[in-house]
Design a protein around this ligand. Sequence first.
Ligand SMILES: O=C(O)C(=O)C[C@H](O)C(=O)CO
Ligand SMILES: [Zn+2]
Length: 275
Amino acid sequence: MEQRYATNPAQVPGMTTADLRAHYLVPDLFAPGEIRTVYTHHDRIVLGGAVPAGGSLSLGGYPEIRSDHFLEHREVGIVNVGGTGTVTADGVDYEMVKGACLYLGRGIRDVSFADEGDAGAHFYLFSAPAHTAYPAALVSPGEGTVRELGDQLTSNRRTLNQYIHENGVKSCQVVMGVTELHPGSMWNTMPAHTHDRRTECYLYFDVPEDARVIHLLGEREETRHLVVGDRQAIISPSWSLHSGVGTASYSFVWAMAGENQAFDDMDAAPVTDLR
Ligand SMILES: O=C(O)C(=O)C[C@H](O)C(=O)CO
Ligand SMILES: [Zn+2]
């Protein structure tokens, strides 16, 4: 499990492009036949990618979280950003089509990922410490709480699906969903915002091979950017604003953990305030 220690906003102005990428970009979560994990000390979130590639992969314990099994004292939200696959949790099979979201609570011992042939399932994992066990739940794409946001005239028309959240699938900390940009719209999360009570991670997907998302980060008076490709994740600490613009339409999984689960607890950073 890769370790990423927490950072302070005062470090950002002195960072090179390589420093910014090393701290806030997760470029290689997905590899065929592997489960990869990254532990960020920002709100103790673990990001993971599981690519069964026609076989089956088991999620084990890790010394970095002093656990015999991954969900010993954690919960996880999983979104499949590839072809159809199956997650099995303590003997129960959950078939996950592309875009489906599965919540698995604390205490589940055996978790495995599988797909058939060249289906190409890519399971994205977002996990945080959990104080109690909530029931497992599978949500089909588009079946959560749907919010239509933005406008074609400002190139930010998008559909935001909330899956694991206060009024949906229950969890201890994890809040998770998927936002899809409409064709011709390029900007997500406009205006940019912060939420000092939660760390948030985005996993960009369905980014065409020759396209990139320019993701904004940092404090509003001192912004920086990351150039992000398909199935790459970013870590946005509680003090960092987040927003992005693509050179083509794309989608992203957003997920948060921290002090509260109130989606609308956010402080807008109007574009006129950004430097
Ligand atoms: O397009 C958007 O707006 C989003 O998807 C915003 C994220 O959900 C977010 O940053 C929530 O805090
Ligand atoms: Zn946010």
